[in-house]
Write a protein of this length. Structure first.
Length: 147
C-alpha cells in the first residue's frame, strides 16, 4: 500500500510540474471526497450571490432605488446587489446596451460587457472585454453616485 501511495504522489507531482506547478497538483489531481462529504462541503462553501463590483452599500442602495424606479426591481433596498438586483439590471442592459443573454442575475462576462457599454456615459474608456477591472469599477461608482 505504501508503494502505491508513493507512486501516486510521484505521478501527481510530475503531472503538476508539467501543468505549471506543484501548487495546483495537490488540488487539481486529488481524489474526490466520498459522496457524503461532498454534500456537506458544498453547502459550507456556497458563495453569497452578491456582486457589488466595488460599490459601497450606500452606492449599491442608489442603484437599487434606480432599479426600483425604472426596471421593476422589487427586492430590498439593502445595499447588496444580489441576483434580483442583477436581473433588473440585465433587463436594462438587454433593452439599451446590447445584453443578449439570459436574465438570470448572474454577473458574467456578457453582463459586464453590456455594463461597460452603459458606463461609456460615465467616463469609462476601457475595453469592452467583460472583465470588471479597476476602470469598470470606478465608472460603476460614478454611475451609482450620479443616479
Amino acid at each position: 500500500m505504501r508503494a502505491l501511495t508513493k507512486a501516486l504522489v510521484s505521478a501527481t507531482a510530475a503531472v503538476g510540474i508539467a501543468a505549471g506547478g506543484l501548487t495546483t497538483a495537490g488540488t487539481a489531481m486529488a481524489a474526490p471526497a466520498p459522496a457524503h462529504q461532498q454534500a456537506a462541503s458544498t453547502e459550507a462553501v456556497t458563495p453569497l450571490a452578491v456582486v457589488n463590483l466595488g460599490l459601497t452599500r450606500a452606492q449599491a442602495r442608489n442603484v437599487q432605488r434606480w432599479l426600483t424606479t425604472h426596471w421593476n426591481y422589487n427586492g430590498p433596498i439593502d445595499g447588496y446587489l444580489g441576483t434580483d438586483s442583477w436581473k433588473a439590471f440585465q433587463r436594462c442592459l438587454a433593452e439599451y446596451w446590447g445584453y443578449n443573454d439570459a436574465i438570470d442575475g448572474i454577473v458574467g462576462p456578457n453582463t459586464i460587457t453590456a455594463l461597460q457599454r452603459l458606463l461609456r456615459n460615465y467616463d469609462y474608456n476601457g475595453a469592452l472585454d467583460g472583465i470588471a477591472g479597476d476602470g469598470t469599477k470606478a465608472a460603476f461608482k460614478r454611475f451609482a453616485n450620479a443616479i
